[in-house]
Design a protein around this ligand. Sequence first.
Ligand SMILES: [Zn+2]
Length: 331
Amino acid sequence: MADNNDNPQYLVGVDFGGTKIYAGVFKPSLQLVGTARISTKPQRGVDNVVERLARAVRDAVDECDLDMKQIRGVGIGAPGAVDPDDGCILFAPNLEWKDVPLKKELEKALGVPVFLDNDCNISMLGVYEVELEAKPKNVIGIFIGTGIGGGIVINGEMYSGFNRTAGEVGHMVLETGGPKCGCGNNGCFEALASRTAIFRRLREGVKDGEKTMLTEMLGKDLEDMRSGDLRKALKRGDKFAEKIIEEAAEYTGIAVANLMNILNPEVVVLGGGVMEALEDQMLAIIVETAMDYAMSGTSKGVKIIASKLGDDAGITGGAVLARRETRKSAK
Ligand SMILES: [Zn+2]
């Protein structure tokens, strides 16, 4: 396809999170050509964050020596409950947003069509389009990062449910009376195996006198810990970190088994920052545990794989959404 200045061709995908905004510019073939990243700063209020989203898009476009005139559309994966039809964020607890008409505001700021959906649906869309070449009909995506979210494909279509909130796999309760979750329940998958949960368990362990190399690396409060620090400690044979990661992988395996028993997918894809950093340490345990807990007829031939897109799943999915929606409106 020719890149013609008069004919806008490029797509922008945005991963809009509570701490950072990550934007990527793609060719229509979904080849990534450039990115920009800025912090979200939700405490500054809605208008400021909308301005930062617009800035991230413009920065990414500028980074590729392109002009907004060459952009066909912007697709955004946003946190919380989203109404994709009118482009509103209904409720995003980690931003403290309610009923924000984000599509309208950003179209005004950028002068190009903007589309949005929930961040995990968008990540699933990216993984499905780019990584799953065989286009399996039934797929579950589980994204493990600060929180845990999911995307469900049934019969080749994203499944969103009655109130468009389906896929909240992170709030499946795996341990009654377990640790408190951000949603108000106890013992959710997210409260047991997200990055937040893993870090909390490491900190609690250190307070209780457990020994780990992480305290030598980061100080006894384990401040500014990242998944990469954990990977380093595991590579050096840190026993306590190993135990916590094994437990998180087992919980993940049980969650996968529950979903396999209910939905019988052909492929389960595991993505997000935690999987990206710790695939080598976690994937084998997840697969083994899932196969152990799943009903035998259910698990036969099911593939449980790690996403290769990692942190780029969200921006890729955003570009896929923008491509699909701008094609629709061109018809
Ligand atoms: Zn929960």
